[in-house]
Design a protein around this ligand. Structure first.
Ligand SMILES: *[C@@H]1O[C@H](CO)[C@@H](O)[C@H](O)[C@H]1NC(C)=O
Ligand SMILES: *[C@@H]1O[C@H](CO)[C@@H](O)[C@H](O)[C@H]1NC(C)=O
Ligand SMILES: *[C@@H]1O[C@H](CO)[C@@H](O)[C@H](O)[C@H]1NC(C)=O
Ligand SMILES: *[C@@H]1O[C@H](CO)[C@@H](O)[C@H](O)[C@H]1NC(C)=O
Ligand SMILES: *[C@@H]1O[C@H](CO)[C@@H](O)[C@H](O)[C@H]1NC(C)=O
Ligand SMILES: *[C@@H]1O[C@H](CO)[C@@H](O)[C@H](O)[C@H]1NC(C)=O
Length: 772
């Protein structure tokens, strides 16, 4: 049933394939991913794709590629067979290859000395402009146009629509000299220009499906949408059916775009394609990478996004990712490595609602985008449960209006009331000769689905009232009016947005930040109808989409914006600037607190001027991983074979979490005594040379937070100052999550960090023997 949730409007995070059957229990995860990995293994049952990691020795690309064939030849009966099994050589930014291997061959390879690690290729699933104005980032915001036009942002996504106005190159000069990427002419793809300067695709499993075109062209709308949110041109008069009308624009309309298509209709997004995109993008000279694709692998050394992003970070490139759409379940957050920015989805202050009028004169409201004006005053109304084709199951499946369960004669020309079980009921009703549908649901009432027939979704208690009305009269009737835009309080975190705590580390708070991800208007593809459902004839240049996928490019765009003012800042500095300037959100309206929103709502205008940043580089992350209990040998995947790590001889990181992270999270120990965590932090002055910052602290009940020293003074730019934060939490906080914060306040800056105390243990969390 959940397969139908694959419909695009309420976008899903792409999560891992086969290993994650348990996630099928969560809303928003569709069977598509399983379909994807099955497709990949069909026809070659005992062989699968593996990624064989040799680390990054860079003598010579050609030599590296040849050595990959040689290595494979040692397993296979002939060189030809070796060449045939090789799917790809990653030679530009790291040294690895993807090949089709049996389990035995994979095991044999992993025993070779030159091989750092071997991991199976997995398939992931995918995870919209008023949003900028809503965040206080107007079209007239301060810009650094020269620098902005030298910024190249990369997206790993479903491809792009090159002819879209959002990517036209009027006013753009040639690509910046550092750009080494490429863009070819491909099927159904008109090519690049001076705005869209790179476009490639990776489909290394070689499986063809008619639903895909081997080209960077976007068949799904997702990549076009995220790209335009990140860096689309300013396009006036954008709307969908007259809704959400206004000027569409990206965070950095002056920046250049490069699309690396790694997600396919037929198979989702695979690890080997993602790694190929990292290999290429790092080499091509991109500045920021945006990935609205998810994964739930808790281990940072065999997660393709974490591994690829680490290599990118080492070369000064920040990777921004979506937190996932598996909320509101706790510990569902994806992409949680500390060198990634993990983005939650929030709502802006509008919603799309349709008025429903019942025959007895009552009116009520539903949610969704319904572009149809009623032709009649009222339509006959029937309950799906009473319109079943098969009376022997008591209406069980017809009450959900499952395709095939309805008697066409009983729904023809009528509106039908259905309980929600999956997306696409509007198509089913239309296909069965009905007029439209009122859907009663407990979930997803904060996102507007686009409908292909007159439809709306109401809260299930209203739904029951409708059902009651149907049974109270001999000829029940109703009408659904065209959708209107209404104002609602905001921001709140989307119900679907994945929540913490971090399944990968008990000491790192995730998600990091929240950005708009509900009903976002951005560019769309002409190659897919708005719903993607059978029989839908609605097409539009702009569409509304929801998901953490839509939130991610907002933050990636602001990272590019920050970089256009501070081109020399490290990825960690840019990330810190974005996090510490976020607008605090409220636990009262978001009961999961920081586990829902991290530091709060993205605040673009302030992010370029944070005052102080929490900076760090690759060594800090290695110290952190050692502290978390990762064996040094496993870290070669991140660093390369020339750089062995021995955690017991490495200078250890300092403090409770061994990382200079902009937030703090203490895991409560099960004990009679209070749990104490001493966090050590270093801030770098990026504000005025002479400045003084005093600390302000808020501690929740049962917790004390002491900061030493309480004042930091600077005499020059880039000067560093360290401080200690002693967090002491009472044992009575067991089974609770509470939070406070500390903020360094200068004359014109506030540098704020949440402090979270987690008294709940989650089964999903990795339990590494880390040092406390
Ligand atoms: C990833 O690594 C962890 C341990 O480091 C291991 O338990 C897990 O099986 C690995 N997963 C894959 C798919 O290789
Ligand atoms: C792609 O191009 C081919 C050849 O020009 C054409 O037949 C096909 O209809 C195009 N596909 C789409 C989805 O536009
Ligand atoms: C009718 O329902 C029964 C019981 O659920 C089921 O066994 C049967 O296959 C159904 N028939 C049709 C035509 O759907
Ligand atoms: C419903 O099922 C019929 C028969 O299997 C199929 O032709 C039709 O496309 C389905 N409708 C939808 C909306 O999936
Ligand atoms: C790491 O260093 C320690 C102390 O020098 C040594 O005993 C150990 O063998 C080293 N481990 C590896 C894997 O080299
Ligand atoms: C910091 O505290 C000192 C001493 O209390 C005070 O003189 C100073 O004005 C404060 N500075 C700021 C920026 O609040």
């Amino acid at each position: 049933m959940q397969r139908a949730r694959a419909r695009g409007k309420r976008d899903r995070e792409m999560s891992r394939g086969k290993a994650d059957v348990r996630f099928l229990l969560f809303p928003f995860v569709s069977l598509l991913i399983l379909g994807g990995s099955e497709a990949a293994t069909d026809g070659n049952k005992d062989k699968e794709f593996y990624i064989v990691y040799l680390g990054d020795s860079h003598e010579n690309e050609e030599h590296a590629a040849r050595s990959h064939v040689q290595l494979l030849s040692s397993l296979k009966t002939s060189d030809d067979e070796a060449r045939e099994s090789l799917a790809y050589s990653y030679t530009k930014s790291f040294n690895a290859f993807a090949a089709k291997l049996s389990e035995d061959e994979a095991a044999e390879l992993s025993n070779l000395e030159e091989v750092v690690s071997v991991f199976p290729n997995r398939y992931h699933e995918l995870h919209t402009t008023k949003s900028w104005d809503f965040m206080g980032f107007p079209q007239t915001a301060r810009r650094n146009p020269k620098m902005e036009s030298d910024i190249v942002v990369a997206l790993f996504d479903t491809g792009i629509t090159p002819q879209s106005e959002s990517f036209a190159d009027k006013g753009f000069g040639p690509p910046p000299p550092k750009w080494k990427g490429s863009c070819g002419h491909y099927a159904n793809f008109s090519g690049c220009n001076n705005k869209l300067i790179g476009a490639r695709y990776f489909k290394l499993d070689g499986l063809r499906d008619l639903s895909d075109i081997l080209s960077p062209v976007d068949m799904q709308g997702h990549g076009t949408h995220t790209s335009s949110t990140l860096a689309g041109n300013v396009v006036p008069n954008a709307d969908l059916f007259g809704l959400a009308s206004g000027t569409a624009r990206g965070a950095v309309p002056g920046a250049r775009l490069a699309m690396y298509k790694v997600c396919w209709v037929s198979s989702g997004c695979s690890d080997m394609d993602l790694l190929a995109a990292f290999d290429a993008a790092i080499h091509d000279g991109v500045d920021i990478i945006s990935i609205s694709i998810g994964g739930m692998v808790p281990d940072y050394t065999n997660d393709s996004i974490a591994v690829g992003a680490f290599h990118a970070m080492r070369r000064g490139i920040l990777t921004v990712t979506s937190a996932g759409n598996n909320g509101p379940n706790l510990a569902s957050v994806a992409n949680h490595a500390p060198w990634l920015v993990t983005v939650a989805a929030s709502g802006i202050d509008r919603q799309f609602r349709s008025k429903v009028q019942l025959g007895d004169g009552r009116t009520l409201w539903g949610v969704g985008v319904n572009a149809f004006d009623p032709k009649e005053k009222l339509y006959p109304l029937v309950s799906g449960a009473d319109a079943g084709a098969n009376s022997s199951d008591g209406g069980a499946s017809s009450s959900y209006c499952v395709n095939g369960s309805l008697d066409r004669a009983k729904v023809r020309g009528k509106l039908v009331y259905c309980r929600f079980s999956m997306d696409g009921v509007d198509a089913t009703i239309k296909g069965s000769g009905g007029i439209g549908v009122i859907i009663g649901s407990q979930d997803f009432l904060d996102t507007a689905e686009i409908y292909m027939a007159p439809s709306t979704m109401v809260d299930v208690t209203l739904g029951e009232a409708i059902d009651g009305y149907i049974h109270s009269t001999r000829s029940p009737s109703a009408v659904i009016y065209r959708t209107e835009e209404v104002k609602i309080p905001a921001p709140i975190i989307a119900s679907f947005s994945s929540r913490g705590p971090n399944p990968g580390s008990q000491r790192i708070l995730k998600p990091d930040i929240a950005a708009p991800g509900i009903d976002i208007l951005a560019s769309y593809t002409p190659l897919r109808s708005l719903t993607g459902l059978k029989g839908d004839t609605q097409y539009s240049k702009f569409s509304l989409m929801s998901g953490t996928s839509m939130a991610c490019p907002h933050v990636a765009g602001v990272a590019a914006y920050v970089k256009s003012f501070h081109p020399t800042w490290s990825p960690a500095a840019i990330k810190s600037a974005i996090m510490t300037t976020a607008k605090p959100m409220s636990r009262r309206t978001n009961p999961h607190g920081e586990f829902a929103y991290g530091t709060g709502q993205l605040n673009p205008a302030r992010a370029i001027n944070p005052g102080l940043v929490y900076d760090m580089g690759e060594t800090s992350y290695i110290q952190f991983l050692c502290h978390e209990g990762y064996p040094g040998s496993s870290l070669q995947v991140l660093l390369g074979p020339g750089r062995p790590v021995n955690c017991s001889t490495l200078v250890p990181g300092v403090g409770y979490d061994s990382l200079n992270y902009p937030t703090m999270q203490l895991a409560l120990r099960k004990a009679r005594e209070p749990t104490i965590g001493v966090f050590v932090r270093t801030v770098t002055n990026v504000g005025p040379a002479r400045s003084v910052y005093n600390v302000t602290v808020r501690a929740p009940q049962g917790v004390t937070i002491a900061v030493k020293p309480e004042s930091l003074s600077f005499t020059r730019v880039m000067q560093k100052r360290s401080f200690k934060v002693v967090v002491k939490a009472e044992p009575r906080l067991e089974n609770q999550v509470v939070s406070g914060w500390l903020a360094w306040k200068g004359l014109r800056h506030v540098v704020r960090s949440p402090v979270v105390i987690n008294g709940i243990r989650f089964d999903g969390q990795a339990d590494r023997p880390g040092v406390d």
